[in-house]
Design a protein around this ligand. Structure first.
Ligand code: PEP
Ligand code: MG
Length: 541
């Protein structure tokens, strides 16, 4: 048995077979071929196979994850049907007399690097699709790699590092847990793992070796440990731990329907954070009072190179609104940028993306994208109790500009005779020190507030939440932050407005008493954290 220690990012125990997720093309041997015609036939057969795989994936995805997610496979099929691209590779085989795997690898790099993408109307973000398709061809040609995400058996996924765009597509029924070599506990990948309730341990480093592929492993998301080929005693112990945690979860179920009230009668609301259609179901199971944060940006990571349409956004928002009935659903305008890059929106390279083109700034650059969301949310406002939340606010001007856009969206819908709630509430995230300092003024302008402690910590402490080298400086309990939370809460309450905390600190049970003491109205946490938080509140004197 090998024991590895990393960082825990999402609690729970997972036991299963390890499978490595490969994003990059690995080194392929260069082999001279004598029979070039035969090699070209082998290459063409691989293309046919890849196209039929993509067709299958498209059909499967339409059924399982919806049209928006399936679109990526249709687009990738288009790449394989691009005559210029494919003929280019055939010519390379003919001229260089080299094996098809090697040519595909070279061709992907050559085409992705050159002006080819631009000429064909692809943007920089399509690079990933070209690489993906190349990988598929190489896998087929070398007949060795499996398509991990579509294996039959549930498995534990391993990767060097996972990005939010990978994590958002994890199928919880297939991925029992995940482990990575690198990554940080405050990244959005970690946020997503918690939202999805997938036991995960990250930053295991180089000791997490690819040679463990197929071996039985245990992910202990409570302790941040991973056991490879566990011995009988460890396996039994961890199974017991898993059963105990399942029975603890069952016990918490008894708190469903109960109030979030301390022994002395102080009340606080508990809402849930979501990012995808699938998370909405978890909210219903969690008994949360509503959705406190719908991270719309994740909807942009599911559609590959295509932007989600207003209609697609409307459908997901509507599902959230209708599922929650009269309970509040706070939909955040997409906070794209930072570590939340979507292939469908090219923001270009930025040295400091977390403080670059991000959040509302992206929306102001891409007004159509902003408009689609505003219209979708307004249209949903007649199906439930939805409100709009603006991310990464730093000034009153930004609020005024966003409100102007909202009014424009309302006027357009009126002209089109599409019903919406004229009095829809508009709120802002408090995620920047600037927003803290002007919270009094903001409280006169908007209807409600939500403190994003993740970004507020990163920006106040000058500590990149995604940089493991400075992780020890990322301290959301820092007195400066607690003081800020207190100041904002007072300013907001002076204007009689509602304030919640929706960053990860909301689920930190050592902070619950503090939040209640200073009068926070609502805590919004991952769905599977709702009942544990309720228990904590009910235990407070
Ligand atoms: C936050 O910053 O605390 C927050 C809730 O937003 P996100 O984690 O999505 O950046
Ligand atoms: Mg944030």
């Amino acid at each position: 048995m090998i024991t590895l220690t990393g960082k825990k990012i999402s609690e729970g125990i997972a036991i299963g077979k390890l499978s490595f997720y490969k994003r990059d093309i690995k080194e392929i041997k260069k082999i001279y071929v004598k029979d070039v015609e035969k090699e070209i036939q082998r290459f063409q057969r691989a293309i046919e196979k890849a196209v039929s795989e993509l067709k299958l994936l498209y059909d499967m995805s339409i059924r399982e994850v919806g049209e928006a997610n399936a679109a990526i496979f249709e687009m990738q099929q288009g790449i394989l049907e691009d005559k210029e691209y494919i003929d280019g590779m055939i010519n390379m085989i003919l001229e260089d007399k080299l094996n098809a795997e090697y040519i595909v690898q070279q061709a992907v790099e050559r085409f992705v690097d050159g002006s080819f993408l631009q000429k064909k109307g692809y943007n920089k973000a399509h690079e990933a699709d070209f690489r993906d398709v190349g990988l598929r061809l190489i896998r087929i040609l070398s007949r060795s790699w499996k398509d991990k995400m579509f294996m039959d058996e549930p498995f534990i996924m391993a990767a060097r590092e996972l990005y939010p765009s990978d994590t958002v597509q994890l199928d919880k029924t297939k991925v029992l847990g995940f482990v990575t070599m690198y990554g940080t506990i405050n990244s959005h990948t970690a946020v997503l793992a918690r939202t999805k309730g997938i036991p995960s341990v990250i930053a295991l480093g180089e000791p997490l070796k690819e040679q463990y592929e197929g071996k039985t492993i245990i992910v202990d998301g409570y302790e941040g440990k991973v056991y490879i080929e566990p011995d009988y005693t460890t396996l039994t112990r961890m199974k017991q731990r898993r059963d105990a945690s399942q029975s603890h979860t069952k016990n918490l179920e008894r708190l469903k329907g109960k109030e979030n009230v301390t022994q002395s009668g102080q009340k606080i609301e508990i809402f849930a954070n979501v990012g995808t259609r699938e998370d909405i179901e978890n909210v219903l199971r969690s008994d949360a009072g509503g959705i406190g944060l719908f991270r719309s940006e994740f909807l942009y990571m599911e559609t590959g190179n295509r932007l989600p349409t207003e209609e697609q956004l409307f459908q997901v928002y509507r599902l959230a609104a209708e599922s929650m009935g009269t309970n509040r659903v706070v939909i955040r305008i997409a906070d794209l940028g930072g570590d939340k890059m979507a292939r469908c929106i090219d923001l270009g390279a930025q040295a400091n993306p977390a403080i670059g083109l991000r959040g509302l700034r992206v929306m102001f650059e891409k007004e159509d994208v902003f408009m689609d969301q505003l219209r979708a949310i307004l249209r949903v406002s007649v199906f439930g109790n939805v409100s709009i939340l603006l991310p990464m606010i730093t000034s009153l001007d930004e609020v005024a500009r966003a409100r102007g856009m909202l009014e424009r969206a309302k006027r357009a819908l009126k002209e089109e005779k599409i019903p919406f709630d004229e009095n829809i509430l508009l709120g802002v995230m408090i995620e920047t020190p600037a927003a803290v300092m002007i919270s009094g003024e903001l409280a006169r302008e908007v209807d409600f507030f939500s403190i994003g402690t993740n970004d507020l910590s990163q920006l106040t402490l000058g500590t990149d939440r995604g940089n493991s080298k400075v992780e020890k400086y990322y301290n959301p309990h820092h007195p400066a932050l607690l003081k800020m939370i207190r100041i904002v809460t007072n300013n907001v309450h002076l204007e009689g407005k509602h304030i919640s905390v929706c960053g990860d600190l909301a689920a930190d049970l050592t902070m619950t008493e503090f939040f209640i003491q200073i009068g926070i109205d609502e805590l919004s946490v991952a769905p599977n954290q709702v009942l544990a938080l309720r228990k904590k509140i009910r235990d407070i004197q």
